[in-house]
Design a protein. Structure first.
Length: 252
């Protein structure tokens, strides 16, 4: 499908899907699809569970742009490069964006398979997509409180557990050590992952409204007797994506 189809649709809302959550796009319906490689400055992710394409869907007749998969810093890219998709979506007319991810649960009142709304984040990546100039953007409210209220109301109507918490972003690709998880818990983190924060920073710098949702696919290191595997992360994400789809449909 040509890129012009996305441009003509002028979507105002976009969703970025994390590891194992690609089936959400299929559930919403696919009107058109464009591989990342067809967009200047973008390329497909090298990580299993990330399809690497833009999908155009519609809800109640309104276009919804879906980024099925993302690039990560640990793939050898800069923060500016991994957020190229955010800037591209902005040129199409996107003004609000939902960033989803697979994350490890740190807060033990939560459970594997649950969803967590991001209230804030800890940028432990050591970088930002805004490097290169005095880009002093306010980050007092990265994740829209107004939008969070709508998600919480929708979750209540669906009788769907929906937590709220702080997301810590680490570089990866190795998983965190138990000592690092203890540090993050002390800093106030409720979940940990390897994405989302650069995208959220870039989106806010462009004036977008941002929501963040973590699918808690595993316990963080040291909290349970376990060995962490990416295949398990993808598997849990796939199994629980129906809840995310229902939540997105209700809110959007």
């Amino acid at each position: 499908m040509p890129l012009s189809h996305l441009q003509k649709a002028c979507p105002e809302t976009a969703i970025v899907l994390g590891s194992g959550l690609g089936s959400v796009a299929d559930s919403l319906g696919i009107e058109a699809e464009v591989p990342y490689a067809d967009v200047a400055g973008l390329s497909a992710s090298t990580v299993p569970g990330h399809a690497g394409r833009f999908v155009l869907s519609r809800l109640n007749g309104k276009p919804i742009l879906i980024a099925q998969g993302r690039r990560h810093l640990y793939e050898g890219l800069s923060a500016y490069e991994v957020t190229a998709g955010i800037r591209f979506m902005h040129t199409l007319g996107v003004r609000r964006i939902i960033l989803t991810n697979a994350a490890g649960a740190i807060q033990e009142s939560m459970a594997v398979g649950d969803l967590m709304l991001l209230t804030d984040h800890l940028n432990l990546l050591g970088t930002t997509p805004l490097l290169g100039g005095p880009h002093f953007h306010d980050m007092s409210e990265v994740y829209s409180a107004e939008w969070r209220a709508q998600f919480l109301e929708a979750a209540a109507r669906l009788s769907l557990p929906l937590h709220q918490g702080v997301y810590a972003a680490t570089l990866g690709p190795q998983y965190e050590t138990p000592a690092e998880i203890r540090m993050m818990r002390t800093l106030g983190a409720d979940a940990v992952g390897m994405s989302t924060v650069p995208e959220a920073i870039q989106a806010r710098a462009l004036g977008m409204q941002v929501a963040g949702i973590s699918m808690l696919t595993n316990w963080a290191a040291g909290l349970k007797a376990q060995t962490l595997h990416h295949a398990e992360v993808v598997s849990v994400g796939q199994a629980a994506s129906a809840n995310l789809t229902a939540l997105l449909k209700t809110v959007l």
